[in-house]
Design a protein around this ligand. Structure first.
Ligand code: SF4
Length: 679
């Protein structure tokens, strides 16, 4: 048996180190690497069974060409030569007839590896295709942080261990940031209090001393309400504010005028006395540490929510104390210059940008030119993109040529004209960085590719050759590209970095020397004249505009990660099926009972769920955990048939948490929604 080091490739802040046991060319066991400085030998339940994903009987092992109607899922086997010639031929045809902008690349973070994730960038830039604005996750969170902190990197997550008050704000960390929970538990062992600010009492409530439930998207109002109390009662850290921030005078005036506990209560649903009590608890802490998740940013006012919470941390003086601070992400993207891989310079002319959250609109409405061809890798937009009915209508277009590079027959792959089999992370080389901690790891393939599967980078090399692209980059191996990236100068690499990386071990980035606060003013910017709103303020959500009575929260599931891992039956089962959670009051008001089949609906669509009635969810809120593949849903749609294509205030991000629905009983004998959408 051989033992090899690798890293978890998925879109999770932990980027855990793996040890893979290999026997006869198969991964027989995947466990945590005890030498990994952050994950320290433990993995989440999802990755403990990664060998079941890698060797799943459902892996795609050969190229396929469509043999039935769009979306029907009937294919014939093809050779790689035929498949590549077909894709390149259609791209050439479309570019000649409609212009290269009629071709749309679509990808996100199915792999976090810098090479495989970005593999298509130089190819599509060289082609002159439409550009994809990759903002499905938390660009509004980044925008909110940046408005206050500029390019200041987030503190390391280990800082929280020394905190005496950890606030988990809008994060189900037990599901999405498990190794940070270990730090929280350590802080608690040392005497820290742990608070959870959330929209429902998710699994993380079990590790918190107290959970405060707020209305979805009201996080900014709560933060400013707390700032009001701190200002009114002389509890702000005036010494820190005077030395390290700009704009306190104006923010103080704004909070005092517009964010009284009564005003914040009207938005958040928390009683005024509770907001006052929370402010006093925060002010009394020696070193409060706020860990913000992505939820508060996925609203119409998402960036402002994050900005207001980060500003609150500064008003508390948290950034100035050992164990204190606010963490949204590490921002270690600054440590790598990806330009030699991404190659923006290859664009023959400026190309239009398509926002990935508006794929339905792009496929259905875009003209000048319409999208005629699409290539998908590292993503499953039929399941994950909002406004699913619009997306499926677009994917079902007979005149749309779709190529999908995938490991499994996902909802998106079923609509493809050509399906290309992809390797898993154990079958290709890559370089990984984390957005939740500061390690970097270079990994070599642990296994030979299964069947005829190929890595993303390899497929784009083949496509580039078929298109006649002659740039030397397209002849480089993935390892040579990694070498190229590592050859770019970076102040983030300390002594021994390269040697440790070459051993396949995780290496921690060194915080580069420089100013403490990387903002234009050199201070934390509570007021920022470069922002459309120079000061944090209470902004409404889309749901505040009215509509059906329930606010829909599309939360993460415990045993899957967005639509990833849904290929594993045992994980789907552990998730407990595709359920909608309602409060007892809302269920009773509709005559609905636990376990009943229900239909959730709004103007965008209808989705079948199994109902869970629980007091974890407050009245007025409905919670759907996980992004189920349509193929495994009780009806023919998942929760994204209820989410809209509207964008956040800053960053053009998704607004998955900012939709309204109502729920009714499913009629006995009612048919599921059609597989190919109406209209
Ligand atoms: S999904 Fe996250 S917690 Fe689980 S193994 Fe991967 S990086 Fe670690």
């Amino acid at each position: 048996m051989a033992l090899a080091r690798s890293v978890c490739p998925y879109d999770c802040p932990d980027a855990c180190g793996l040890l893979v046991e290999v026997e006869d060319g198969r991964a027989v066991r995947v466990r945590g690497d005890p030498d990994h400085p952050y994950s320290r030998g433990t993995l989440c339940p999802k990755m403990n069974g990664y060998d079941r994903t890698v060797h799943s009987p459902d892996r795609l092992l050969h190229p396929l060409v469509r043999a039935g109607k769009k979306g029907e899922g009937r294919f014939r086997r093809a050779s790689w030569d035929e498949a590549i010639a077909l894709v390149a031929g259609r791209f050439r045809e479309v570019a000649a007839r409609d212009g290269a902008e009629a071709i749309l690349p679509y990808s996100y973070a199915g792999s976090m590896g810098l090479v495989q994730r970005n593999a298509g960038m130089p190819f599509f830039h060289r082609l002159g295709a439409s550009r994809l604005e990759r903002t499905i996750c938390t660009p509004a969170q980044d925008a909110g942080w940046k408005a206050v902190m500029g390019a200041t990197p987030g503190p390391g997550p280990d800082v929280a261990v020394d905190s005496d008050l950890v606030v988990l704000w809008g994060i189900n960390a037990v599901a999405t940031n498990l190794h940070f929970v270990q730090r929280v538990k350590e802080a608690r062992r040392r005497g820290a209090q742990v608070l959870l600010v959330e929209t429902y009492a998710n699994d993380t409530a079990r590790v918190a001393d107290r959970t405060l439930l707020v209305r979805p998207g009201s996080d900014g109002a709560l933060a400013l309400g707390i700032v009001h109390v701190l200002a009114r009662e002389g509890l702000a850290d005036e010494a820190f504010l005077a030395a390290e921030t700009v704009g306190w005078h104006d923010l103080r005036a704004r909070a005092l005028a517009e964010a009284s506990p009564a005003a914040a209560s009207a938005v958040t649903g928390l009683p005024p006395a509770e907001i006052e009590g929370l402010a006093r608890t925060l002010a009394a802490a020696r070193a409060p540490f706020i860990r913000m998740g992505g939820g508060p940013s996925r609203h119409a006012n998402g960036a402002m929510n994050v900005r207001s919470v980060v500003a609150l941390a500064a008003v508390l003086g948290a950034f100035g104390r050992k164990g204190g601070g606010c963490f949204t992400a590490t921002h270690s993207s600054q440590a790598f210059d990806l330009s030699p891989l991404v190659r923006e310079d290859l664009l023959p002319r400026p190309a239009r940008t398509v926002n990935m959250n508006q794929l339905g609109r792009a496929l259905g409405e875009l003209s000048g030119p319409p999208v005629r061809a699409m290539y998908v890798w590292c993503s499953n937009p039929a399941a994950v993109a909002p406004d699913q009915n619009a997306v499926l209508r677009g994917l079902a277009r007979e005149d749309l040529f779709l190529a999908v590079h995938e490991r499994f027959m996902t909802d998106t792959a079923r609509f493809a004209d050509v399906v290309l089999p992809a390797t898993t992370s154990l079958e290709h080389a890559d370089l990984y960085r984390s957005y939740g901690q500061y390690t970097v790891q270079r990994v070599a393939p642990v296994l030979a590719p299964l069947g005829e599967a190929k890595p993303n980078w390899e497929v784009f090399r083949l496509l580039a050759a078929a298109m006649g692209f002659e740039e030397p980059l397209f002849r480089m191996s993935a390892d040579e590209v990694i070498d190229l990236l590592l050859a770019q100068p970076s102040p983030w690499r300390g002594p021994g970095f390269a040697a440790r990386l070459a051993e396949g071990r995780a290496v921690e980035l060194a915080q580069p020397a420089g100013p403490r606060w990387r903002t234009p003013s050199g201070k934390i910017e509570l007021s920022n004249p470069a922002e459309p709103e120079p000061l944090p303020r209470i902004l409404p959500t889309y749901a505040d505009e009215g509509g059906p009575p329930l606010r829909l929260v599309t939360a993460p599931a415990l045993h899957t990660l967005n639509s990833t891992f849904m290929e594993r039956p045992e994980l789907r089962e552990r998730n407990g099926g595709m359920t909608l959670q309602l409060s007892p009051a809302d269920a009773a008001a509709r005559g609905l009972a636990e376990g009943q089949r229900v239909v959730a609906w709004n103007a965008l669509g209808e989705v079948d769920f199994v109902l869970r009635v629980t007091d974890r969810v407050p009245p007025g809120v409905a919670v759907a955990e996980g992004v189920w593949w349509i193929a495994h849903a009780p009806g023919a749609r998942n929760v994204n048939a209820l989410t809209s294509q509207r964008l956040t205030d800053r960053g053009n991000g998704s607004t998955f948490y900012d939709n309204r629905i109502d729920v009714r009983a499913q009629q006995r004998g009612a048919r599921a929604a059609p597989a190919t959408p109406r209209g």
